[in-house]
Write a protein that binds this ligand. Structure first.
Ligand code: OGA
Ligand code: MN
Length: 282
């Protein structure tokens, strides 16, 4: 097994390993690399749905929120991301994650890690980009660190309640089917301490955070704009161009990410996604 850094900000590529056949010692190496690099890229995987679920489960309980669109028939742990259509209808989520976000932060218990496996990639487009929220927190001006200490962000699933986002064309005809689900808002600390590493990170994102708990919008919105601007500085980021057979996993407690989309026709990008739950942010 070989581990190579992918950028100054975050990420490592792991070659010479089959994640479908791991002993405990290899798993321990991967787990340590995950905490160190936040994004792991496993090249050249050949991974059946059940094997992806089994690997994911080693990191925590799989999320199986009801009414998730585009679950894989027979394997409800997996969500399909795809721009393919069958008889005119999409077979997967077309534009997953098109605003900077961290997965499931609208939930009381957000995602610890997401696993995304590329079965097909397009010749052009479909990159994914991450930004390192440890670095974002550490480089905040001291007075900003003091201003946000102890504050809680309000995380909202319904895009119609967030002027910084919009409902994707895929759901425009019936947004209620996706965004009308009874999902309560969540509040989480804006500065989060990682459950395994103990490091502090900035835990906000423009996709999900619409306000600050108990703070007037006249004060909260400019502060959020400042943080959203800061958290995507180029030096915090790594952008991945996918190869077929890539399995990526990323740490949602200390990163934000965005799907860059713009797949050039007739390219097809087809992925299987799993997520595992983590700790209550604190
Ligand atoms: C996701 C996501 C980005 C991408 O599935 O949660 O953000 O590039 N995907 O597919
Ligand atoms: Mn995402």
């Amino acid at each position: 097994m070989q581990i190579n850094r992918l950028s100054d900000a975050l990420g490592a590529e792991i070659t010479g390993i089959d994640v479908g056949a791991l002993d405990d010692q290899k798993f321990a190496t991967i787990h340590a690399a995950f905490l160190e690099h936040q994004v792991l890229v496993f090249r050249d995987q050949s991974l059946a749905p059940d094997a992806q679920v089994a690997f994911s489960e080693r990191f925590g309980p799989i999320e199986t929120r009801p009414n998730r669109p585009y679950i894989l028939p027979d394997v409800p742990e997996i969500t399909v991301l795809s721009n393919r259509r069958a008889d005119g209808d999409p077979v997967g989520v077309i534009n997953a994650g098109d605003f900077w976000h961290t997965d499931l932060s609208f939930a009381e218990i957000p995602s610890r890690a997401t696993f995304l496996y590329a079965l097909e990639v397009a010749e052009e487009g479909g990159d994914t980009e991450w930004s390192n929220m440890y670095l974002a927190y550490e480089t905040l001006p001291e007075d900003t660190k003091r201003r946000i200490e102890g504050l809680r962000g309000v995380h909202v699933f319904d895009r119609r309640k967030n002027p910084r986002t919009r409902v994707d064309a895929q759901y425009a005809a019936n947004p209620d089917a996706v965004y009308g689900l009874p999902i309560p808002d969540a509040t989480h600390p804006m500065v989060r301490t990682h459950a395994q590493t103990g490091r502090k990170s900035l835990f906000v994102s423009p996709r999900f955070v619409v306000g600050i708990d108990g703070m007037d919008d006249a004060l909260a919105q400019p502060l959020l704009d400042e943080l959203f601007d800061h958290q995507t500085r180029p030096e915090f980021r790594y952008r991945h161009t996918w190869r077929k057979g890539d399995l990526l996993m990323w740490d949602n407690s200390c990163l934000i990410h965005i799907g860059r989309g713009n797949i050039k026709p007739p390219g097809i990008r087809h992925m299987h996604r799993t997520m595992v739950l983590g700790d209550r942010p604190r």
